[in-house]
Design a protein around this ligand. Structure first.
Ligand SMILES: Cc1cc2nc3c(=O)[nH]c(=O)nc-3n(C[C@H](O)[C@H](O)[C@H](O)COP(=O)(O)O)c2cc1C
Length: 199
């Protein structure tokens, strides 16, 4: 058995700091995972306050070979490098996301744009793109008012699962606290499911 400390990357995206179902779920799961592995290191990244959108300079810097990047280009990518570093260092990724307008919050999409980096988290091959992250486990804890997770109008959980797979994270468990406006009991069901995940 390896003695290496495992790292959990805890990402929240809800605009709500109070009464947030997804924050409650991620907190419970992270706590359960740490209870199971007290030596685990937790890195928290709350994206809800927003991350910069990609702009022309960012794209230009990203396309430039790392050895040829100017000082300005390196600083343009500094935040993305940090976020990519957090993802690479994580063994387990716990993402809590509401469904906003049938997709993920813009703040979480901004995080995705910062971490989906050719040569860093995926690469192009003759057979198409290949994810570069290996051996990671992700949990996606999703809440919605009316949209059924996994339905054809869910562009949040399905999308997140796709993008995680795109960067090489194939082992993704989704917990749905969905359609809460129609069935508030689903919150407790999702809490129970989340607790069971780390058991
Ligand atoms: C701006 C906004 C947009 C929303 N859009 C949707 C939606 O498209 N579909 C849906 O089922 N629920 C939608 N909801 C409801 C949230 O997904 C639901 O309240 C969820 O519990 C929010 O997550 P939280 O409890 O972690 O804040 C929206 C809520 C907000 C604030």
């Amino acid at each position: 058995m390896s003695n290496a400390t495992s790292t959990i990357l805890h990402i929240d995206a809800s605009a709500r700091k109070t009464d947030s179902v997804t924050r409650e779920l991620t907190e419970i799961l992270v706590k359960s995972l740490v209870d199971k592995d007290p030596a685990a290191k937790v890195v928290s990244r709350d994206v809800s306050q927003g991350l910069p959108f990609l702009d022309e300079e960012w794209v230009g810097a990203n396309f430039t070979d790392p050895v040829d990047r100017s000082e300005d280009q390196r600083s343009k990518l500094a935040l993305s490098d940090t976020l990519v570093g957090e993802l690479k260092a994580a063994d387990t990724i716990v993402i809590g996301t509401p469904i906003y307008n049938f997709s993920v919050p813009a703040a979480l999409k901004a995080w995705i744009d910062q971490i989906a980096r050719a040569r860093e988290t995926f690469k192009y091959t003759e057979n198409g793109p290949v994810g570069l992250l290996e051996g990671k486990k992700a949990y996606v804890l999703v809440a919605s008012g009316g949209t059924k997770v996994g339905s054809e109008i869910d562009f949040a959980a399905t999308y997140l699962k796709h993008i995680l797979g795109f960067v090489g994270i194939q082992d993704v468990t989704i917990v749905a606290a969905d359609q809460l406006m129609m069935d508030p009991a689903k919150r407790d069901e999702a809490l129970a499911q989340t607790l069971a995940l780390a058991a």
